[in-house]
Design a protein around this ligand. Structure first.
Ligand code: FAD
Length: 291
């Protein structure tokens, strides 16, 4: 199908886009890579009267360290995350996720900001940002503000972005010594959304798990933090027993819906397996000093 008729304008800056959105009101939508919005418009599930294209805003696609903090511009394309030498050494969990988002064509266009702003619990970056305890930077009519990732995803396709606000940057704290992260996804076929997936970040100290941060993709109406799984692991040696306990706790916390990708029980079990496998990879990376 074709989208309904709509007006289009391209913004030369985020500030200009915010002003445009304020002028146009609720009938306008932000267009970034278009990899979610355009398919929804073609299915007539979204019928914005006006698109404000931010795709060509200059200096909005970057990955850089500022005082140890990793800053990712909203328009950074998935393919660039996937191939970035900085990400490979500083935060490989981000490349784990980008590399399993859709297919190369979509990864060349889809943006990290759009992946988060879309608010789809099946998207791969939300769990990663929870695991990394990231902060989202938003610019709106009232100026700039920051939102912890834990407070950003508030409902199915619903985020804490206010009407007229634009996600401009993602900030990821410097990983303390002994940190490691990983993202493991189960999908029916390459390019599909997750049947189940887990993002984990751990910090090892004196052979124990000093801190664990675990989040699940496609395990409920929003991305969820597996707090019981984190507690099952914290303060223990990263051995088979503690990893299996964390996986079992995550399995119980997952609340997936049955759909074409599987029934709820199967998805819960896979969520547990994803947590265990991601933890093993994260602990190995932490031991190798690869964040
Ligand atoms: P757009 O489609 O342009 O926008 C998405 C939504 O976010 C819109 O509501 C838009 O208004 C809003 N928005 C975008 N950017 C901003 C911003 N900076 N500030 C405020 N609002 C904003 N995703 C996965 O995670 N994993 C997958 O496996 C996966 N498979 C896919 C397979 C296919 C074939 C396709 C077409 C998509 C798939 N996706 C998948 C979804 C898609 O890749 C992501 O949701 C995409 O990253 C969205 O980014 P975008 O830049 O294209 O956003």
């Amino acid at each position: 199908m074709y989208p309904n008729a709509f007006e289009y304008s391209a913004a030369a800056s985020f500030k200009e886009a915010v002003a445009r959105l304020a002028e146009l009101g609720s009938e306008a939508k932000v267009l970034a890579g278009g990899c979610s919005l355009i398919p929804l418009m073609k299915l007539r599930l979204a019928e914005p009267a006006h698109l404000v294209d931010i795709g060509r805003v200059p200096d909005a696609a970057y990955m850089r360290e500022v005082d140890g903090e990793l800053r990712i511009g909203a328009l950074t394309r998935e393919a660039d995350v996937e191939r970035s030498p900085l990400i490979a050494t500083r935060s490989p969990i981000l490349a784990d996720a980008s590399s399993v988002i859709a297919d190369p064509l979509v990864r060349n266009m889809g943006t990290v900001g759009g992946n988060l702003a879309h608010g789809d619990p099946a998207n791969d970056h939300p769990a990663v940002m929870l695991a990394l305890r990231a902060t989202i930077v938003a610019l709106g009519p009232e100026g700039e503000r920051t939102i912890p990732a834990d407070d950003f995803f508030i409902g199915l396709f619903e985020t804490a972005l206010e009407p007229g606000e634009i996600l401009t940057e993602i900030r990821i704290p410097a990983p303390p010594t002994g940190s490691g992260g990983a993202y493991v996804k189960f999908e029916r076929q390459v390019g599909d959304f997750a049947i189940a997936a887990a993002a984990v970040a751990v910090r090892l100290e004196d052979g124990q798990v000093a801190d664990a941060s675990i989040a699940l993709t496609n395990a409920g109406p929003t991305v969820i933090r597996a707090s019981a799984a984190e507690s099952a692991l914290a303060g223990r040696a990263p051995d088979d027993g503690s990893l299996r306990d964390a996986a079992a706790a995550a399995r119980d916390e997952a609340q997936p819906w049955p759909d074409v990708r599987g029934n709820a029980e199967m998805k819960k079990r896979l969520a547990g397996v994803a947590v265990e496998r991601a933890l093993r990879l994260a602990i190995r990376r932490a031991a190798e000093g690869r964040a």
